[in-house]
Design a protein around this ligand. Structure first.
Ligand code: NAD
Length: 358
């Protein structure tokens, strides 16, 4: 065996029902006294109780999906004008992403540390990947300056996330685990983390999706899902984007599709496509689901949570299938387990568009 695995330095705090105390401790440990809070106005009710006692000098609430450059520029200008010494993000991947854009551009000596309080399962808080969108083109890059110093997970903050969005977002996290299994830099540590991530997500998500889950059980299900989502992101950041993420990246950019739902629809199709030629990944995924095959485990989870099924339901036009084939083909890593052709990729995209079973 020969591989090199890099572990990113980060504090991870689980503090159910107590984000306020945990955040105060993390900010004190950083020595920060002028905090920029990035949180959308939509999350105001979640934010006020957990930030009231913190040294927040600026609350920036313009948060937009995929971080348009002009939104990032306004946030960067506001941060510089207020002389902030730390960034606190509260929200989903869009809020974390804006925090990363501000940290990336900071000229402050030693950088601008980020503290992240996630309120979805997107997982951006555990990666050193940033994204910015100019017009309809999204660029991403890797820079350790954007890796949050600390994450505070408080499952009670996600009880307000609607079940449908929780399911889509949790399946976005599952996509990190599955794609990590054959990502371009995958190693056995990534696969171990991804397998445990699948266990957490497969255990927690059905509880969240179940109508009428008792409050106590619901919060436990959310916490288990957050644990899975964190592991998923760590595995994915290390292994790199595989076929699944390349497809979703191209489709999302071309047709302005919603991020989490696009992942949720495409995932079972990529799993069914690659599993026959990725026996080690297949074995690990099946074991994590506790099912006889990976595809069966995925199908059972999707049925239990009533997963999103068809890209056409989210605004992708039918002629988009043919339009997407060439850019997707160009982006897929050459060592993908199943060789990709124009023909088999078209069939996969059509099945995802129609909502056929994988
Ligand atoms: P999002 O942050 O846009 O949130 C989706 C919606 O949920 C928003 O309307 C938001 O207001 C609402 N919401 C969030 N938390 C809530 C809560 N607790 N209760 C009620 N409503 C709530 O979407 P997302 O799926 O979390 O993140 C998607 C973005 O993150 C994309 O831009 C994606 O590219 C990026 N992302 C980046 C990475 C990375 O490593 N850099 C990883 C994953 C996702």
């Amino acid at each position: 065996m020969r591989f090199t695995h890099e572990t990113l330095p980060q504090r991870v705090v689980f503090a159910r029902g107590d984000a306020a105390t945990a955040l105060a401790a993390e900010i004190a440990a950083l020595g920060a006294t002028r905090v920029m809070l990035i949180a959308s106005a939509r999350e105001a009710a979640l934010v006020a109780p957990i930030t009231a006692a913190l040294p927040v000098v600026l609350h920036h609430d313009e948060v937009v999906m995929h971080v348009p450059v002009e939104v990032a520029d306004r946030a960067r200008t506001a941060a510089a004008a207020a002389g902030v010494d730390a960034i606190l993000t509260v929200g989903g991947g869009s809020a974390t992403g804006l925090g990363k854009a501000v940290a990336l551009a900071s000229e402050r000596p030693g950088g601008l540390p980020i503290l992240a309080v996630p309120t979805t399962y997107a997982g951006s808080e555990a990666t050193n990947v940033w994204g910015l969108t100019q017009g309809t083109t999204k660029s991403t890059g890797v820079d350790d300056a954007v890796l949050p110093r600390s994450i505070v997970y408080d499952a009670t903050l996600l009880t307000s996330l609607p079940a449908e969005l929780s399911v889509a977002s949790g399946l976005n996290a599952l996509a990190h685990c599955i794609d990590a299994m054959w990502g371009p830099r995958v190693d056995p540590i990534d696969q171990a983390l991804a397998g445990e991530g699948i266990r957490g997500l497969a255990g927690g998500l059905p509880v969240i999706a179940r109508e009428g889950a008792r409050q106590g059980a619901l919060v436990q299900g959310i916490e288990q899902t957050l644990y899975g989502a964190y592991l998923a992101a760590v595995a994915f950041a290390s292994a790199g984007s595989g076929m699944h993420h390349k497809i979703c990246h191209v489709l999302g950019g071309m047709f302005n599709l919603p991020h989490a739902q696009t992942h949720a629809v495409v995932l079972p199709h990529v799993l069914a496509f690659n599993a026959p030629n990725a026996p080690e990944a297949e074995r690990r995924i099946a074991a994590a689901f506790g099912s006889s095959t990976a595809v069966e485990g995925m199908a059972a989870l999707r049925a239990a949570v009533d997963a999103p099924r068809a890209l056409r339901d989210y605004g992708m036009p039918e002629d988009g299938i043919a339009e997407a084939v060439a850019p997707v083909l160009a982006a897929i890593p050459p060592d993908n387990p199943t060789p990709v052709t124009e023909q088999n990729l078209t069939a996969l995209l059509r099945a995802a568009w129609e909502g056929d079973p994988a």
